[in-house]
Design a binder for this molecule. Structure first.
Ligand code: ATP
Length: 307
């Protein structure tokens, strides 16, 4: 999947701004960004649901949106709203989706049976979808999105309504799909999920501000993250946050995590400011994590991150 110069306007608002993307086959590719950064709008354009204002898109060798109809049968799409028919049973939901995808009767029955088993819904098949728990609804929605064994799966914040165990479960299912050759493009607000992606794109106000593997993105911040152990963490935090070149100071228990702008991590300047605020405080370098990457990519452009 490739996009070049992809943009989308809604009136005055430039929701997606000149985005270039390349997603290799069989990978789990993550989309990360604050609320309103253009993740859903980009996903909707890539799967042919929304016309771009400008740019080129090629998905599975098809030009989008011109060949969107041919693409429809080769992709799956799932959003946080799960789009289930609440008044139909679990099995009926899957049978209905199989019919929409024109699966022949016998094949449809086999596929529904296999998916009920795979997504641990066989005991629930006669239950109305509306009465399922959040995690069960999510599993049913995923089973529905892959009923026709799509080559590419678009998931727009699929885990925002479920508990941590269901999220972990869901990610196991995504890796099974990727292992079987399905390309997965998934948007998320969770750093632990972003960490698991093969590759990540970070969007901020419609623009692509970072793109790479989690390890590559973290490596780019090498030398810019520090840990402070303080007896007066609030005072220490205020003193550090006021320094030029300090992008963020986050308190984690009694420790502070400090992120500096590029070329600004001068430990002696930070140590001096720290000593004045809290004589017992100590400062040391730490390895960058994805939250640091997210903050650097979004706050570096002059705005508070949302996640
Ligand atoms: N149909 C529309 N009409 C007008 N504005 C829209 C429309 N769809 C999206 N937008 C605007 O475009 C911007 C990007 O929205 P989008 O839903 O793509 O962001 P997002 O990154 O998916 O956000 P979230 O994380 O909150 O889901 C927002 O400012 C939104 O209000």
């Amino acid at each position: 999947m490739r996009a070049q110069g992809l943009s989308r306007r809604f009136g005055e608002l430039l929701a997606v701004d000149n985005v270039d993307l390349q997603v290799p086959r069989g990978q789990v590719y993550g989309f990360l960004g604050p609320n309103g950064s253009g993740k859903s709008t980009t996903i909707r354009m890539l799967c042919g649901l929304l016309e771009p204002s400008a740019g080129e898109i090629e998905v599975l060798g098809l030009a989008i949106p011109a060949q969107a109809e041919a693409l429809r049968r080769r992709i799956g799409y799932m959003t946080q709203r799960f789009s289930l028919y609440e008044d139909l049973s679990v099995r009926e939901n899957l049978e209905f989706l199989a019919a929409i995808q024109d699966l022949p009767r016998v094949q449809a029955r086999q596929r529904v049976d296999a998916l009920l088993q795979q997504y641990r819904l066989q005991d629930r098949q006669v239950q109305l979808a509306g009465t399922l728990s959040g995690g069960q609804k999510q599993r049913l929605a995923l089973a529905g999105a892959v009923i026709h064994a799509p080559e590419l799966l678009f998931l727009d914040e699929p885990t925002s309504a479920v508990d941590p165990e269901s999220r972990r479960d869901f990610w196991e299912a995504l890796f099974e799909l990727a292992d079987a050759g399905t390309t997965v493009l998934v948007s998320t607000h969770y750093m632990d999920e972003a960490e698991r992606c093969h590759r990540l794109a970070i969007l901020d106000r419609g623009a692509l501000v970072a793109d790479g593997t989690p390890a590559e993105l973290c490596a780019q911040l090498q030398g810019r993250t520090l840990k402070v152990t303080a007896s007066q963490p609030r005072q220490a935090s205020r003193a550090l946050a006021a320094l030029p070149g300090v992008l963020s100071v986050a308190q984690i228990g009694t420790e502070l995590r400090v992120l500096c702008s590029e070329g600004a991590a001068d430990t002696s300047v930070l140590a001096q400011a720290l000593a004045a605020a809290d004589p017992q405080a100590s400062i040391e370098p730490v390895a960058p994590n994805l939250e640091d990457v997210f903050v650097a990519a979004t706050r570096g452009r002059g705005r508070e991150p949302a996640a």
